[in-house]
Design a protein around this ligand. Sequence first.
Ligand SMILES: NC(=O)c1ccc[n+]([C@@H]2O[C@H](COP(=O)([O-])OP(=O)(O)OC[C@H]3O[C@@H](n4cnc5c(N)ncnc54)[C@H](OP(=O)(O)O)[C@@H]3O)[C@@H](O)[C@H]2O)c1
Length: 293
Amino acid sequence: MSLSPNILITGATGTIGKELTKHLAEKNVPFRAMVRSIDAAKELARLPQAELIEGNFDNVASVENTLIGIEKAFLLTNSSENAEIQQINFVKAAKKAGVKHIVKLSQWAADVHSPVRFLKYHAVVENFIKESGIEYTFLRPNLFMQGLLGFRETIIKQNQFFGAVGDSQISIVDIRDIAEVAVVSMTEGGHKNKFYNITGPESISHYEMAEMLSSELGRQITFVDVTSEMLQNMLLGVGFPEWQAKGLVEDYAHYKLGEASEISPDVEKLTGKPARNFADFAKDHAELFGVKI
Ligand SMILES: NC(=O)c1ccc[n+]([C@@H]2O[C@H](COP(=O)([O-])OP(=O)(O)OC[C@H]3O[C@@H](n4cnc5c(N)ncnc54)[C@H](OP(=O)(O)O)[C@@H]3O)[C@@H](O)[C@H]2O)c1
């Protein structure tokens, strides 16, 4: 089968990217995926609709090469201190290559004046894309439910997970819904120069998450609220780089202020079905948390 994809997916091997590329393949949409290593992207390579090309956000020439012939690009990097410059360089390369539309994975409440470093850099990049004249769609998801998988070990071994968030309500979202919104934005018309707030269908506290997880797993799971300092030390202790650990602590402070509790209708508007709730997430991931052990 000969493919001539005009869409490029970055971050294709990551949490959202894996779901996004799976859906593109199901819809039989040919796409090019920029990966750091083709050898390490075996799962992606198995999709007949995927054309893999090596590219690294830190190497502008390689990024320019991935963009040849591309009309629409999905831009996602992980959040590191390099993310802002990596994404800005990507936009410059896209402009040079004549890319018409960028769908950027941003974050709920992105704001250049935010004290939260992630929200600030996402907003800086959003503005840069707007100023470039390239058409855009900004996807601004709230806290990922799948983030709880980062506590898989403590949930399995100690029946607990941690956060510095008190009992604040968050309209936490399943990444499967983010990916589905991304697929619609990448493959259907009507999304130029729009931004979407991507949330779950309910706003819940971490204590409520623990209750729902307990009833799904059949054993008591406890949410332990810790101080920002304790959270930062825990994150550093499990190997998070300092910039990211501090960023996550800032993120939690923003959640604690109740700034991420609003529920958006955008998932249902774009996908035509209600966003998944936390109980759905708990049910679908129960095995990973050691169901009924
Ligand atoms: N976690 C949350 O609750 C939350 C909430 C809202 C928004 N967000 C945003 O979501 C984004 C992260 O999404 P995610 O969880 O799907 O990411 P992820 O799982 O960390 O995946 C990152 C992807 O980027 C690729 N990548 C990393 N460095 C690269 C480089 N130098 N060149 C080329 N590719 C590179 C990785 O490829 P490899 O396979 O080679 O590593 C991987 O495919 C961030 O922008 C974050 O701000 C997160």
